[in-house]
Design a protein around this ligand. Structure first.
Ligand code: KG4
Ligand code: ZN
Length: 347
């Protein structure tokens, strides 16, 4: 009797400033996950310069793919499919991954699976443990802050969204005021451990009867506090500023997340996206669940799977492929792709 061959997906991610290629087995096992970060190159600009990002992706994508295949110990003939992030993200950056994935799919006659980057972030949790539907995901990254309800595999409904800045964007902007290098999230996280929430910044929309967020008022309050102190010749404690800002973001995220989980009666909560690496957010959410909803199963990927990586795209591709998602070789990047994509790509 012949043994069933494992499903092996080669997955490309290039939506922002990480070039990553992974091989994922059966949607759950990471055979390789090669990540080339551009942070050292981009931090001198204080953010991601799209043209610089694209050039880095061009240089890295083939090397990452070869390395991912070698580390996984597979040949192109072993692959089941090729997956790629086709949005949302920077269009020039996305196009590099899309072109590379198409080239492999064409050369080796493999199905091409189009993946939404945000779905990838959520499915990073599937690399930790099985997902149980219906579930809620708190998706917090540099570009998004969303509460996403999933009735079933590959079905996404946005229940709450940010009205202005994304949570990660707010960390990065506030970091600039504190002279921290881009991206500042991790540095604010570390600095906060040395300070206290003494400034009592606003908790925008915390009491509103919806699940939306707003972080631009917090950012302005922070900037005003620092500038007013500078004008008076006062020096404020950086750790206290960082801790106060972070406490405000976390307070709002947790209050709304706990409320939405109750309202939708979900049994599982997934924390996803780059800001999910925040140590205070991870522990505060764990405590809130222990106290308010101990039966809620909390799934949070390890930190290396929270920021952009190919393995999460391979995990999401497994689900989308099972649902019939396929792209032709004319697949284009879609920089403002929304979750509604699922219907378009399902055959
Ligand atoms: O998901 P991601 O890697 O890229 C996007 O898809 O946006 O998220 C990057 C964001 C950045 O804004 C970065 O500052 C933030 O995640 N971040 C953090 C932490 N680590 C990364 N924010 C807060 N605390 C952290 N430890
Ligand atoms: Zn991301």
């Amino acid at each position: 009797m012949t043994e069933k061959k494992p499903e092996l997906i080669l997955a490309f991610e290039s939506s922002c400033d990480e070039t990553s290629v992974a091989v994922v087995e059966d949607g759950v096992k990471i055979r390789s996950n090669v990540i080339a970060s551009q942070i050292n190159s981009q931090k001198r600009f204080g953010g991601v310069v799209p043209e610089v990002a694209s050039r880095h992706h061009v240089e890295q994508v083939t090397l990452c793919a070869e390395e991912a295949m070698t580390q996984a110990g597979v040949t192109y003939g072993d692959l089941t499919a090729v997956a790629v992030t086709y949005g949302p993200g920077l269009v020039g950056a996305l196009l590099i991954g899309v072109s590379a994935a198409k080239a492999v799919a064409f050369a080796h006659q493999l199905p091409l699976i189009p993946v939404n980057h945000m779905a990838g972030h959520i499915y990073a949790a599937r690399l930790v443990k099985p997902l149980v539907y219906p579930l809620m995901a708190l998706l917090v990254s540099g570009g998004h802050t969303e509460l996403v309800y999933m009735r079933g595999a590959g079905e996404f409904e946005i229940i709450g969204d940010t009205r202005d800045d994304a949570a990660g964007e707010a960390f990065d902007k506030v970091g600039r005021v504190l002279n921290l290098a881009y991206p500042a999230g991790k540095k604010i996280d570390d600095l906060s451990k040395l300070g206290q929430d003494t400034f009592n910044f606003p908790r925008a929309m915390i009491k509103d009867a919806n699940y939306d967020f707003s972080f631009s008022g917090l950012k302005s309050a922070f900037i005003n506090k620092v500038h007013n102190a500078e004008q008076r010749g006062e020096k404020l404690s950086k750790p206290d500023l960082a801790a106060s800002f972070q406490a405000s973001v976390i307070d709002v995220l947790i209050t709304k997340t706990m409320r939405v989980c109750q309202a939708y009666g979900v049994g599982q909560l997934v924390l996803a996206g780059g800001v999910a690496a925040n140590s205070a957010l991870r522990s505060a959410l764990t405590s809130a669940i222990d106290q308010e909803d101990p039966n809620l199963d909390f799934v949070v990927p390890p930190i290396r799977l929270c920021s952009d990586n190919g393995a999460m795209i391979g995990a999401a591709a497994h689900v989308m492929m099972a649902r019939g998602a396929r792209a032709d070789l004319d697949l284009n990047a879609d920089p403002s792709l929304s979750f509604a994509y699922a219907e378009e790509v399902l055959n």
